[in-house]
Every structure is written in C-alpha cells, then in structure tokens.
Design a protein around this ligand. Structure first.
Ligand SMILES: [Zn+2]
Length: 317
C-alpha cells in the first residue's frame, strides 16, 4: 500500500507510516485504503479545480470501480466447460445437471461481484475520512449560503443579465454550483426548491416579473418530479409559474434505464441530483434557449434521455 502523505510504498498492511501518517482505513479487511480515497477526491475535484459533494464523489467511485464482465465470464465458461465434460464423462446425466447448476451459480456470483457498493456504505466510509479531517478542501458538505458571499458575485449576474433560473432539489448542490461559478457560466440564478438561499428570493421574483417566459430549469434526483417541484417553488418563493416556462431536466429512473451508457457507468437507476456525472448537470443547465425549447417540444424526458446517451460517449470525470 502507498502512504498518501509521503507517497512511500509500504510492504504489507500497516496502521501508521514511518512519516507519522496514521491510516484511517484498514486496507486488509476493508474495500478502501487511504490512498484510494485521496485519489478519488482528486478526481472528483478535477485535480483540485472544482468543488464537489459526497454524492459527486460517489459517482466518481462508481465509475472507477466498474469492471468489465467479459473476462470473468469467458473464464467461467471455459472452466465450467472443462469441468462439465469431466462430470458428464463420469456421471452422465447427473453430471450434466450438476455442471449446469454450477454454471448458473458461477455466472450469478460474477454478476453479483460487479454490483456497486451502496451510497449508504460508501457514506459510512467517507464519514470516517471526513471526521478525521483528511478530506480534500474542495468538499462541500454543508449549505453555507445563508448570507450572500462576501464578494457578492450574484450582483454580477444582474449586470449582464441572468437569462434563466435553475432550481435544484438539494440546497447543498446550490452551494456546489455557485462555488464553481456555474451561475456565471450559464447566466443563471441558481436556487433550491425550498427557497434557499433566502437572500435570492426577491431576485427570483423580480426576474420572473421582468421577462415574460423566463426559463425555469429544474434539476432533480429520481425521487423528485416536475409537479412536486413546481408546487414547492410556487409555495416557497411565492410565485406562479407558467407550464411553458418550466423545463424539467431532472432525472427519472426510466430515463437512466434507457440511457445505456449512463446505466453502464452508474450501475444504479436511483440517484440524487448530484450523483450523475457533474459535467452533465452543468451542460444541461447551460443549454441555450432554442435547445431548451427543443426539449420542451420533444418532451423534456425523451430529449434528456437521448442527450444523456450522446454526451456520455465522452469520458466524464
Ligand atoms: Zn508516509
């Protein structure tokens, strides 16, 4: 194993490196080691250039831990083939039955071994890492925008005009997007459905009143949907949204199942808003008005699903 502090290679499994670094994970019995976690964080932060959430880190973990099943399946087929030839030779029909059963069990085990670690288990491991203060400084773990940021970048948006409102279902993701300056890049007012951050409530209302049909783009995980989000927005921001201005670019389980490339990467169909590859979210929210219009005409769900398939042909970090 490698010490994440001095990067020295250590023989066997240790609890402490000679440089003084104390390991958080017991690499011998746990599926993690400290160096691996450090590297995951570096990837999630795009080499320390971008803020990330725990769910975004999990998404990177899912991708790095996905293995191809082709080699193990070929191995099982050859091994079971030879084994069944011997069994059938020795036991005839009974041999064939035993061989078939063995084959089914082996294939099931191979598929099971590729099942990803759950977000709950991953969170438990990561909590230990964060509690020991080993986490990367780009981690966003608490919503902090109760007050406007000191340099008040939100006012800058209004200097060149926000041309859309982006509403997400998780306040933490608002922090992450704003820290990464996605509001500047996509000229968007970014808020969460529960009225966070509070200091942007008036701007939300003003923007809606200033421009007719101001696009309101929704981004959400699979446990949310358009109807619930619109209701929450209208209640928490005290506004009324027209159906034609709402662009639901949120994630639905059926879409993930249909978007093969995405499912292959994730191996899960339920996800939170920040669990999908980060650049996908930001590309969705920064689409120009005509593209948003296309999505509305096509049906946002279908358009998003095909968009997801296309965009993931590229490798997302
Ligand atoms: Zn060390």
């Amino acid at each position: 194993m490698i010490c994440p502090s001095c990067e020295r290679f250590l023989k066997g499994y240790n609890t402490q490196c000679s440089c003084g670094y104390k390991f958080i994970f017991r690499a011998k019995t746990e599926p993690f080691n400290d160096n691996k976690m450090k590297k995951l964080e570096i990837k999630a932060s795009a080499f320390n250039t971008r803020y990330f959430t725990k769910n975004m880190l999990y998404s990177v973990f899912l991708k790095t831990s996905a293995k191809s099943l082709i080699a193990p399946i070929i191995f099982v087929v050859i091994f079971c083939g030879i084994f069944s030839a011997i069994l059938i030779g020795a036991l005839s029909y009974i041999g064939l039955i035993i061989a078939t059963l063995l084959f089914v069990v082996a294939i099931k085990l191979v598929i099971k071994s590729n099942k990803p670690m759950s977000i709950e288990d991953f969170s438990d491991y990561y909590r230990r890492w964060v509690n020991a203060k080993r986490n990367n400084s780009y981690l966003v773990d608490k919503p902090k925008l109760k007050k406007p940021p000191a340099n008040n970048q939100e006012t800058d948006i209004f200097d060149y005009g926000a041309d859309r409102i982006v509403v997400v279902d998780d306040p933490l993701f608002v922090d992450c997007l704003i820290l990464n300056e996605e509001h500047m890049r996509s000229k968007a007012l970014i808020v969460s459905q529960d009225g966070y951050p509070h200091y942007l409530k008036d701007q939300f209302k003003n923007l809606l009143e200033q421009a007719e049909n101001m696009p309101v783009v929704l981004l959400h995980g699979t446990n949310q949907n358009k109807i619930n989000m619109v209701q929450a927005i209208e209640r928490n921001f005290n506004v009324k949204l027209a159906d034609t201005q709402v662009y639901d670019l949120g994630y639905y389980e059926e879409q993930i199942k249909q978007a093969k490339s995405l499912y292959k990467r994730m191996r899960i169909t339920k996800c939170t808003v920040d669990m999908l590859p980060y650049p996908l979210s930001t590309q969705l929210i920064s689409k120009d008005k005509s593209q948003l219009q296309d999505m509305l005409v096509l049906g946002a769900a279908a358009a998003t699903a095909s968009y997801v398939s296309f965009s993931l042909a590229d490798d997302f970090g």
